[in-house]
Design a protein around this ligand. Structure first.
Ligand SMILES: Cc1ncc(COP(=O)(O)O)c(C=O)c1O
Length: 386
């Protein structure tokens, strides 16, 4: 495919040529664990599906192309992908991490990985000088999320890329919230991009998955070997569903971004809402950086309610179109309560230091009609969410 082929076209065609043996236009679900060999060692590149599977490979090629890397690897979940990247580290290594990150990543970095002798420093990465200050002689990796979950803070990824380069570190970016449609960390100096494909990439709240994209062949080989050894692969059906999701990623993201902007502007005018966190609002501290670093502002809007915990509980229980879930990134709108849900695993003081309060509510704005979404929120706020 020509190098200048655009995102929408690559999403539909990279890795997805008609099936060679049948002409099937859509990549088939290769529901097979193993592959018959013509003779010992004489096979067509596929031996056993933990190592490689054609449906999964189609997805990995498409993902790699969308992120601008040469190698894509998919995993059973976003957390399996994150753990896969952790296998690049060794006992005694140190990682500098942004302090506002997904609760599951926080749990992995604070409860599982320290048992293997890997240490983590959590810093306010919206200030690049804090990252640099935390670097030690044994630091091997910088781990960033931008926009962050759930406070939607912006981290200057190009500045992180510069720091990583100067100190010889690997920069990892969890790009789940932005998706490759809005942001490509590899172009900004990252070495490894991570996704929970469960979110926007799958896009329909029906498949758990994760992915890693790299451009460096050696890192790609290391990850492939560790994944084949530890076995955290997605099954062919899950890979197929995720690949189907990718085909509409661009059109969905355009709708998510437009609807989230409408919802954020609507909520900014409501007396029940003390603060709206959305990078698309000019009042957001990361707005200028988001304009520079991203091609849109994403589909998540986080709000602080003036009425605190009671108001948040009332709102979460009163919406009709926003389903109360742990998830985000699906076509249907979702509402979540980070204090007890996505970030329930983080200690209270940790959450407060990130700005998450008992009155914080996260909205994943779907692709329903934006007027219906605003009307739903108005009704729910008026029914006791104040
Ligand atoms: C930013 C981010 N990274 C990683 C994950 C973990 O992904 P999964 O739930 O697919 O394991 C999540 C899940 O919410 C997330 O929001």
């Amino acid at each position: 495919m020509a190098d200048d082929t655009r995102f929408e076209t690559r999403a539909l065609h990279v890795g997805q040529a008609p099936d060679e043996s049948t002409g099937a236009t859509v990549v088939p679900v290769y529901q097979t664990t193993t592959y018959t060999q013509q003779g010992i060692g004489n096979h067509r590149g596929f031996e056993y599906s933990r190592g490689a599977n054609p449906t999964r490979e189609a997805l990995e090629q498409a993902l790699a192309s969308l992120e601008g890397g040469r190698f894509g690897l998919t995993y059973a979940s976003g957390m399996a992908a994150i753990h896969g990247v952790m296998t690049l580290l060794r006992t005694g290594d140190h990682v500098v991490v942004c302090d506002d990150l997904y609760g599951g990543s926080y749990r992995l970095f604070t409860t599982v990985m320290p048992g293997f002798g890997v240490k983590f420093s959590f810093v306010d990465a919206t200030r690049p000088e804090q990252i640099e200050k935390a670097i030690q002689s044994n630091t091997k990796m910088l781990w960033m999320e931008s926009p962050t979950n759930p406070m939607l803070r912006l981290i200057d990824l190009a500045a992180c890329g510069d720091i990583a380069k100067r100190h010889g570190l690997q920069l990892v970016v969890d790009n789940t919230f932005a998706t490759p449609y809005l942001q490509n960390p590899l172009d900004l100096g990252a070495h490894i991009v991570v996704h929970s494909t469960t979110k926007y990439i799958g896009g329909h709240s029906d498949v758990i998955g994760g992915a890693v994209v790299v451009d460096d062949e050696q890192i790609g080989d290391q990850l492939r070997t560790s994944r084949n050894t530890t076995g955290g692969i997605p099954g062919p059906w899950d890979a197929w569903l995720t690949l189907r999701g990718i085909k509409t990623l661009a059109v969905r993201m355009r709708e998510h971004c437009a609807n989230a902007t409408r919802v954020a502007e609507f909520l900014a005018d409501r007396r029940e809402v003390s603060r709206v966190h959305f990078p698309g609002l000019p009042t957001h501290p990361g707005h200028a950086l988001a304009e520079r670093q991203m091609r849109g502002f994403g589909g998540v809007v986080t709000i602080d309610l003036a009425g605190g915990a009671d108001a948040a509980h009332a709102l979460c229980g009163a919406t009709e179109h926003f389903a109360l879930t742990e998830g985000l990134g699906g076509v249907e709108s979702q509402i979540g309560y980070p204090w007890l849900m996505s970030h329930g695993a983080s200690p209270a003081e940790e959450k407060r230091s990130k700005g998450i309060t008992e009155g914080t509510v996260r909205l994943s704005v779907g692709i329903e009609h934006p007027a219906d979404l605003c009307a739903d929120l108005a009704r729910a706020l008026e029914s006791g969410g104040s």
